[in-house]
Design a protein around this ligand. Structure first.
Ligand code: SAH
Length: 213
């Protein structure tokens, strides 16, 4: 399945409006058919800049936000990336096009299984998946060059920051109030963690295993 020219044009407009200018990010997003990741009743909205429900009270992030967060990661094809919150696997697929390997964790097993099927169908062989609590990170595979969290955390998750390689970057939406979330870029420079705000945004919350939704 490939993205039609018409949809590609819509996607490029959305990304441009969001300020996504890196050509490698735009190309990666052009190469991932978003209609595969949205429920069939919303397929005609797959390239609109909107979040769409995917079941289990979760949503697939809007393409503009996926673009902004991916761009903020400053990825190269040498990077080992941790993603927390696989959801549909759309962001995972975009990451897989841009880095060496993606380790992705999702707490909802049925969502993860569907995501795995899509990843397989797209023949993305550099994705490793795990069902579980992503707030704990993936200690066996740490450190990571890059970490992306696709659900809002109350604060910069310290365990994840601890799994960031020296010189690494983590991008995470911070703030539990849906009206007040900010995409934050965290850097580990000489063992110092610094944070910079990128954009205000809305995300579903990151829920630790003991939590409820
Ligand atoms: N990036 C996804 C959308 C993510 S929605 C996409 O492109 O489709 C946020 C996801 O984070 C949801 O699927 C939710 O179940 C998951 N999530 C929330 N808390 C989590 C946790 N502690 N560990 C792993 N996944 C979590």
């Amino acid at each position: 399945m490939s993205v039609t020219e018409d949809n590609k044009a819509r996607l490029i407009m959305v990304l441009r409006a969001a300020g996504v200018t890196e050509t490698n990010v735009v190309s990666a997003m052009e190469a991932v058919p978003r209609e595969m990741f949205v429920p069939s009743i919303f397929r005609d909205k797959a390239y609109d800049d909107v979040t769409l429900p995917i079941g289990h009270h979760q949503t697939v992030s809007q393409p503009g936000i996926v673009g902004i967060m991916t761009q903020a990661l400053e990825l190269t094809d040498r990077h080992k990336v941790l993603e927390v919150g696989t959801g549909t696997g759309y962001q995972t697929a975009v990451l897989a096009k841009l880095c060496r390997r993606v380790y992705t964790i999702e707490r909802h097993k049925p969502l993860l299984e569907e995501a795995e099927q899509r990843i397989q169908a797209l023949r993305l062989h550099n994705v490793v998946t795990k069902a579980g609590d992503g707030t704990l990170g993936w200690p066996e595979q740490a450190p990571f060059d890059r970490i992306i969290v696709t659900a809002a955390a109350a604060d910069i998750p310290p365990i994840l920051a601890g799994q960031l390689r020296e010189g690494g970057i983590m991008v995470v939406p911070v703030g539990h109030d849906p009206a007040e979330q900010t995409i934050v870029r965290v850097r580990n420079e000489d063992g110092e963690i610094t944070a910079e705000e990128i954009r205000d945004v809305r995300f579903v919350p990151l829920i630790p295993e003991k939590g409820e939704d």
